[in-house]
Design a protein around this ligand. Structure first.
Ligand code: GLV
Ligand code: MN
Ligand code: MN
Length: 412
């Protein structure tokens, strides 16, 4: 089926992609001038479908359409910030697809009995400030106000960025919403991986979002002269770190649901003729099962200890971030799964290895997620892409969900 909704999604996403701090790359960080422009554009689109639009105290933009008989809202949305040199779809797809779906319902004269809110969260990527999920955690009431003192690389705190954005940081608690406000939260997101493409399906149902932890690992040996210290007498931190990194890969491969990534490495003092004395590297460790992730973490700690002991070096491991995994709500996922099938697609259930706003919103209301096929599985990269046909499929699935949606008997 082609109703033109896919083209409309891609058109709006292209408009959002023009809002960037760099001319030839898409970089849109939270609480910046570009974020303000993205909110303004999304706000206009929301108004054109009759939504009441407001920006909350953390900078999320929300549009609300009152239901004919139920004040409570089904919340739909995702984030409007991006990584550096980003793709166009990670985040914006989850805001634009619901807007296009509501445009289509409006054009068909379909009014829903319950309320709809569409939200563009201010920060999911955690690129500008050390913290992440600022908007969704503020909505859920789990954002510690102390976080507002964190600073970006220009030494601007979140509190002062909020002031420049036109918000009062002392009002942050007013962004918090009540569980009774909502019937649930559905996030549409590009898959960011290859599974749906391999399954030859445009959309999939997310079962769970992986928990994640990040670490800074330091291996300390002894710097020395590259020409004079015999191979057997060295304490080369880079060789030891390399052995640790290969071991991390092997440990992660020994599980079927753990992924580990060393994304940065710094060798000190950093000269071609000096034996590296100290190496610092990052580790990002994720799993759909928190206890498996903790188990892998223990194995990694033990192997780093064994490798550095064998080589008579020392090590230090700092955990800098940890978020538990979230299982999507069965009742809401059943409705989303039925919508996928009613739209004519086979049901493919898959976990998410990436983090999403739904992780934080799970503390507020029931969450479900719809993944949309990602060309070549490429994401966090300018080549990130979805087809117009798959954008159409996502809108059709949402339409089936909204038209048939039954609020939960337990109220929240
Ligand atoms: C966000 O994109 C993450 O999963 O790191
Ligand atoms: Mn995202
Ligand atoms: Mn992302």
């Amino acid at each position: 089926m082609n109703t033109g909704a896919g083209e409309q999604v891609l058109k709006y996403i292209e408009m959002l992609a023009q809002i960037s701090e760099e001319d030839d790359k898409l970089t849109r960080l939270s609480l910046t001038e570009q974020h303000r422009q993205a909110n303004a554009l999304v706000g206009k689109l929301m108004e054109s479908i009759g939504m009441q639009v407001r920006t909350d105290a953390i900078g999320n933009i929300t549009g609300r359409l009152q239901g004919s008989s139920d004040q409570r809202a089904l919340l739909l949305g995702s984030h409007l910030d991006s990584v550096r040199d980003a793709g166009k779809f990670d985040g914006p797809l989850g805001v634009i697809a619901p807007i296009v779906c509501m445009e289509s319902l409006k054009a068909e004269g379909i009014a829903l009995p319950y309320s709809i809110e569409i939200i563009g969260f201010c920060d999911e990527e955690g690129v500008r400030f050390p913290s992440t999920l600022l908007g969704s955690r503020a909505l859920a009431g789990t954002l510690d106000p102390a976080v507002l003192q964190e600073r970006d690389t220009d030494d601007i705190s979140i509190a002062s960025a909020l002031e420049s954005f036109g918000q009062n940081p002392t009002d942050i608690k007013t962004a918090q919403r009540k569980p009774d406000d909502f019937l649930g939260f559905v996030e549409v997101h590009i898959e960011q991986g290859p599974v749906l493409e391999k399954e030859n399906l445009p959309v999939g149902l997310v079962t769970a979002i992986s928990g994640a932890a990040r670490y800074t690992i330091t291996v300390t040996g002894m710097a020395g002269h590259a020409g004079t210290v015999p191979m057997g007498l060295r304490k080369d931190a880079l060789v030891a770190a390399s052995e640790c990194i290969v071991e991390i890969e092997q440990i992660c491969q020994s599980y079927n649901n753990v992924v580990g990534t060393v994304g940065t490495i710094q060798s000190m003092p950093g000269a071609g003729n000096v034996i590296p004395g100290q190496v610092e590297f990052s580790l990002d460790l994720r799993s759909s099962d928190d206890s498996t992730r903790t188990d892998a973490e223990q194995q990694i700690y033990q192997s780093i200890e064994a490798i550095t002991l064998k080589r008579q070096l020392t090590f230090d491991i700092q955990k800098t971030y940890e978020a538990a995994g979230v299982t999507c709500d069965q009742w809401l996922s059943n409705q989303l799964g039925s919508a996928i099938q009613n739209a004519g697609y086979s049901l493919c259930a898959l976990p998410s290895g990436a983090g999403h706003d739904a992780m934080a919103i799970a503390d507020l209301t029931r969450v479900a997620m719809l993944f949309v096929r990602c060309t070549d599985g490429i994401s966090h990269h300018p080549d990130e892409h979805i087809t117009v046909e798959d954008a159409e499929a996502a809108v059709q699935v949402l339409k089936h969900l909204l038209v048939k949606f039954q609020p939960h008997a337990d109220k929240s």
